[in-house]
Design a protein around this ligand. Structure first.
Ligand SMILES: NC(=O)c1ccc[n+]([C@@H]2O[C@H](COP(=O)([O-])OP(=O)(O)OC[C@H]3O[C@@H](n4cnc5c(N)ncnc54)[C@H](OP(=O)(O)O)[C@@H]3O)[C@@H](O)[C@H]2O)c1
Length: 338
């Protein structure tokens, strides 16, 4: 009998928040690598908010997943067979395996992992999310000691890295997170100076009052992961010459509520306070990845930078785990063990 692989495909395009029926589980014969390619058995799959965008058929910075196509995603795995120089059976590698038990990838799209760091860290703290935080904060946030940073989704891999790097740079750090447990995590595990539970406030006004207490000197960097009522709450608290690295707007990934009437107010704040809002797509910055690893890996190994991983079991759980993560069900970097 031919050996089989399993993959999770996009069954249809979601309307708003994805549901399990938007995905299907498929099996196929195990693919074989051609010259220059490597067959990888996936051990861990990364689930990331950007995948919601790939399920939509809209023009963006990266192509969407076709109906019936394998959901896109980064994995960590072991080389099962190699027809490429530099890769041998048993090597641990990372690359865009997709939501699949196995993948054949060109050698140039794989990176070998060091044996002395945990394999899952390549998907979070020492991977794309950690790198996004490091790059965006340095380039667009420009931390200054004594100033204040606010970040939403603060216990996730991006937010927690942003908060810790800002703290190391001497900033006051304010975490916005969903629920008391995540706020405690933000304080106790990631060292934020103050926390605000966005779920405790139904509207932007209530959230703003809580933020004003947590950031009594105003906000100099608002790291934008979220959009929605958090953005609305923060804008009036921004200090002159404030910076807003625009990394994500997860509150709007399922669609926009009517925000048009708030746009003039945002534009006025941007103007009178000379704010700098900069769109950040990590694809533009991969050249700096080796520098990131060189600088941050020792800090992670020394325990100066903490990280948290939430590992679900089994490829078949990926759709439900992904849906839950989009709604705050994860505690730290969401990973699936295959
Ligand atoms: N631009 C880039 O290149 C790039 C790269 C990586 C990531 N990103 C973006 O960075 C952000 C964080 O990514 P991540 O991987 O670190 O995700 P994450 O924090 O692990 O997971 C997403 C979190 O978003 C929060 N959330 C969901 N809906 C929300 C809402 N309506 N209001 C407030 N918070 C909400 C939830 O946290 P709570 O339970 O705490 O609310 C949830 O746990 C995302 O927007 C992502 O798209 C962008």
């Amino acid at each position: 009998m031919t050996e089989q692989m399993t993959r999770i495909a996009l069954a249809r395009r979601p309307d708003g928040m994805p549901v399990p029926e938007d995905f299907s589980r498929e099996t196929a014969p195990l693919p074989r690598p051609a010259e220059g390619e490597v067959l990888v058995a996936t051990e861990y799959l990364s689930l990331d908010p950007y995948m919601r965008g790939r399920m939509q058929d809209v023009k963006s910075y990266a192509p969407s997943v076709d109906i019936g196509g394998t959901m896109t995603g980064q994995g960590v795995g072991r080389v099962l067979a190699s027809k490429a120089e530099g890769f041998a059976k048993g090597d641990r590698v990372t690359g865009m395996t997709g939501w699949a038990s196995h993948a054949v990838l060109p050698a140039g799209e794989l990176r070998k992992l060091d044996a002395d760091v945990s394999p899952t860290s390549a998907l979070g703290v020492l991977g794309m999310p950690g790198f996004t935080a490091w790059t965006g904060l340095k380039k667009y946030g420009r931390p200054e000691a004594g100033q204040t940073l606010v970040v939403g989704a603060a216990t996730g891999p991006v937010g927690s890295m942003v908060g810790q790097l800002a703290k190391l740079a001497g900033m006051r750090t304010v975490a916005v997170a969903g629920g008391a447990e995540k706020c405690a995590l933000a304080r106790d595990t990631f060292g934020f100076d103050a926390t605000v539970d966005h779920r405790a406030h139904d509207d932007a006004e209530g959230l703003r009052a809580a933020l004003a207490e947590a950031a009594p000197d105003g906000v100099d960097i608002y790291w934008e992961n979220v959009g929605g009522k958090l953005l609305e709450a923060v804008m009036p608290l921004m200090n002159t010459h404030g910076r807003i690295p625009l990394c994500g707007t997860i509150a709007w990934y399922g669609g926009f509520e009517d925000v048009a009437d708030r746009l003039p107010g945002f534009m006025r704040s941007m103007l009178v306070k000379r704010l700098q809002l900069t769109g950040l797509i990590i694809f533009d910055h991969w050249d700096a990845f080796p520098q990131f690893l060189e600088e941050v890996t020792p800090k992670v190994k020394a325990g100066e930078i903490a990280f948290l991983e939430d590992i679900a079991e089994g490829l078949e759980t990926a759709p439900q785990t992904f849906i839950s993560m989009l709604q705050g069900g994860n505690r730290g970097k969401q990973i699936v063990k295959i």
